[in-house]
Design a protein around this ligand. Structure first.
Ligand code: HPA
Length: 267
């Protein structure tokens, strides 16, 4: 599939050469609206499946932001939709093959600590893969990446420092922490949230980890930011809902957009 995606990307990119891939989480699709000279490409033109969850569009947006030529995935492939994790590896490897060097990944996540309430931004420093799946399982083709990729610095330190400096400059509070992935689609039980805290997680979500594993495999530099949309189950007495996730993500999206724009101007 990778070669087919590479061919279709090249055919549809009109000689544009993005260096940065931006993946937007639930309710954050608006971040691509400020691209200059933007063009959209429907996923089906590349051969990608039509991503189908509320809050996601299923298209690529190509355009300039700051000093970078960007390609944005509006809509991602969640494992809970039944997509195989290897699809995510194929997509990321195809972008790497056309010259993309950086991944900026955002998501909506639940918080495991009350000091980091809904509306907070969390810079991801590391992750815990509790999905029980891995996008790299299967025969490896060394052309795309190594069999046993190192994950000790999955979230690039330079990128993190630069993003933190931008947040300080803007006076935006930026938390830092470990993102834990489960497949979902159910929200967690209160007992699970307690257990994940013991494991060392600060935020929880249903995405990002397969993309990051694939990007590190493909040699990309990764910056990851979570938009906290709710406290984990049991940390407050409200029920969890996807609509609340979308509403909170939309509220915090402006803050994240400002930081990303400045980051891309400086990076
Ligand atoms: N749990 C898992 N995924 C999520 C949550 C949550 O509480 N909030 C947003 N995505």
């Amino acid at each position: 599939m990778i070669e087919q995606y590479v061919k279709n990307l090249s055919l549809n990119l009109n000689n544009r050469h993005p260096d940065t891939l931006l993946i937007l989480g639930s309710g954050l699709g608006g971040l691509a609206e400020n691209f200059e000279d933007a063009e959209t490409i429907a996923y089906e033109k590349i051969g990608f499946p039509q991503a189908g969850v509320a809050g996601h569009k299923g298209q690529l947006v190509v355009g300039r932001l700051g000093r970078h030529e960007m390609v944005c995935m509006q809509g991602r492939f969640h494992l809970y939709e039944g997509y195989p994790p290897q699809l995510i590896k194929d997509v990321i490897c195809a972008f790497a093959q056309i010259g993309v060097k950086n991944l900026i990944v955002t998501n909506a996540a639940g918080s495991l600590k009350t000091e980091m309430p809904a509306g907070s931004l969390m810079l991801i420093t590391d992750h815990i893969n509790l999905s029980g799946q891995n996008p790299l399982i299967g025969k490896n083709n060394e052309k795309y990446g190594p069999r046993f990729p190192d994950m000790s610095l999955a979230y690039n330190l330079d990128c993190r420092e630069k993003f933190k400096a931008v947040a300080r400059k803007c006076g935006v509070e930026l938390h830092e922490g470990v993102y834990l992935m489960v497949t979902g689609p159910n929200f967690e039980t209160a007992a699970e949230i307690r257990a994940f805290k013991v494991l060392g997680a600060d935020a929880i979500g249903m995405s990002t980890v397969p993309e990051v594993i694939s990007a590190v495999y493909a040699g990309m530099k990764v910056l990851g930011v979570s938009v906290i949309t709710n406290l984990g189950t049991g940390l407050h007495n409200m029920q969890q809902s996807h609509n609340e996730t979308l509403a909170q993500a939309a509220l915090a999206a402006g803050k994240l957009q400002k930081l990303l724009e400045l980051y891309l101007e400086e990076e």
